[in-house]
Design a protein around this ligand. Structure first.
Ligand SMILES: [Zn+2]
Length: 424
């Protein structure tokens, strides 16, 4: 297939909950291009987000196309059906050319014994010491371990293959990018597990271009990484080496790379990621989603007047509904209720007080991660406001867009892809 769609080496997933910031986001990629690096934008939105906002995949596509047209972007760009499954993929088929196939729920479901046996027979090379280029220590895989991992993941990979073939039947082979995600599960996958998973994906002939494992440590929404950074760096390197091995031995696409989900604001691991990519000459997909919505709030607050008033009202409502807003995200947020300011107090804040509490500047004493995380999950409130929210976004477009672009470029693209940033 000479004309297969290919995801370039560096790409960034950007979320645009209300479909108003595609241009600002693309201008961050344009700034990267001017700085000498090609970072390809991928607009991702999950079924859950569409449902909460009341939008559909066609609106994401329309916003992306319009931004590309307006800014004259000549490089590739994609629309990602984020975290889709068999039951949710259909509505994404017309508009999307990137599919994040989520099989986390199938992990641990027993596979057929004959399939496990066949897998082990097919892969004697995985038994014993597996030497991976660039890594001194070999990966050690016993027969017992291989059997255990096959049992844990084979059903999930079979499901991924079934979903892949459904998309392929609808859209045609080579006309879309395939990612498999396993991040929304309880335990992280080790590099040895990742290698076994990739062997299984190759057996199923899934033309994987990115894979999103669950890394160790906490990837909470919109805040920094919590965990052992040195251990993350070692695992990230091992994962890259496992991918290189799988590409070489199993015929997976040459551009197969890691996808880092919940990748926004993980400032403390950006320098390690950048170093490791350089060391292995590897690519990465950094997926961010919800932080653009927070930049919209920052822009409205900075604008003052009606914008600031609405930003305060959104916080007050989020505070009142904090239990129900947080419940679906319990495993990926970490809010200290004692640190949440009372809405009555926030009502008195200046634009500067609101933006400095919300903006993710870890060195600022005014930064409040609990305030930030509550607003992160509070986008439902703005969705319910409908045009009241959207009209103010439009009225304050310049200040909102400036914050969206600056956040994506300076705090994400520059440290990850250019190795430039306060933490690098
Ligand atoms: Zn994810």
């Amino acid at each position: 297939m000479g004309h297969s769609l290919t995801l370039p080496k560096y790409s960034i997933g950007t979320g645009d909950r209300f479909a108003h910031q595609a241009k600002a986001q693309l201008s961050a990629c344009l700034q990267a291009f001017q700085a000498g690096i090609e970072v390809i934008p991928v607009w991702n939105k999950s079924n859950r987000e569409h449902t909460i906002i009341g939008s559909g995949p066609a609106s994401t596509r329309a916003a992306a196309d319009a931004a590309v047209q307006a800014l004259g972007w000549k490089l590739p760009y994609f629309c990602d059906a984020d975290h889709i499954g068999m039951a949710t993929v259909d509505r994404f088929l017309p508009a999307c050319d990137f599919y994040t196939i989520d099989v986390a729920e199938e992990i641990g479901k027993p596979a057929e014994e004959s399939a496990v046996d066949a897998f082990i027979r097919r892969h004697p090379e995985l038994l014993g010491e597996v030497r991976v280029e660039g890594i001194q220590e070999p990966l050690l895989i016993t027969r017992e371990f291989l059997e255990q991992v096959a049992n844990k993941f084979l059903a999930a990979i079979q499901q991924a293959a079934a979903i892949y073939r459904k998309i392929e039947a609808a859209k045609g082979a080579g006309s879309f990018i395939t990612e498999v995600s396993m991040d929304e599960t309880d335990s992280p996958q080790t590099p040895a597990e990742l290698l076994i998973i990739l062997a299984a994906a190759a057996d199923e002939k899934i033309p994987l271009q990115t894979i999103a494992p669950k890394f160790s440590g906490r990837f909470n929404k919109g805040v920094d990484y919590v965990g052992d950074v040195a251990q993350f760096e070692r695992e990230f390197a091992l994962d890259i080496a496992a991918i290189a091995y799988a590409v070489q031995h199993y015929g997976l696409p040459q551009n197969l790379k890691l996808s880092v989900h919940s990748g926004s604001d993980k400032f403390s691991i950006y320098a390690p990621i950048h170093r490791t990519l350089k060391k292995f000459n590897a690519g990465v997909h950094l997926k961010t989603a919800g932080t653009t919505w927070l930049e919209e709030l920052i822009g409205l607050a900075e604008a003052g007047g009606d914008g600031l008033a609405l930003a305060k009202e959104i916080y007050a409502q989020a505070f009142d509904h904090r239990q129900e807003l947080c419940a679906p995200y319990a495993t990926v947020i970490d809010i200290d209720p004692a640190k949440l300011p009372a809405p009555r107090e926030v009502a008195q804040w200046s634009p500067e007080q609101y933006t400095s509490a919300l903006r993710h500047d870890p060195r600022s004493p005014a930064y409040n991660s609990s305030f930030r995380q509550l607003l992160h999950v509070g986008f439902k409130i703005a969705a319910k406001m409908g045009n009241r929210y959207l009209d103010l976004l439009e009225a304050n477009e310049p200040v909102v867009a400036r914050n969206v672009k600056e956040n994506l470029y300076a705090r994400h693209i520059a440290p990850v892809f250019l190795g430039k940033g306060p933490e690098a």
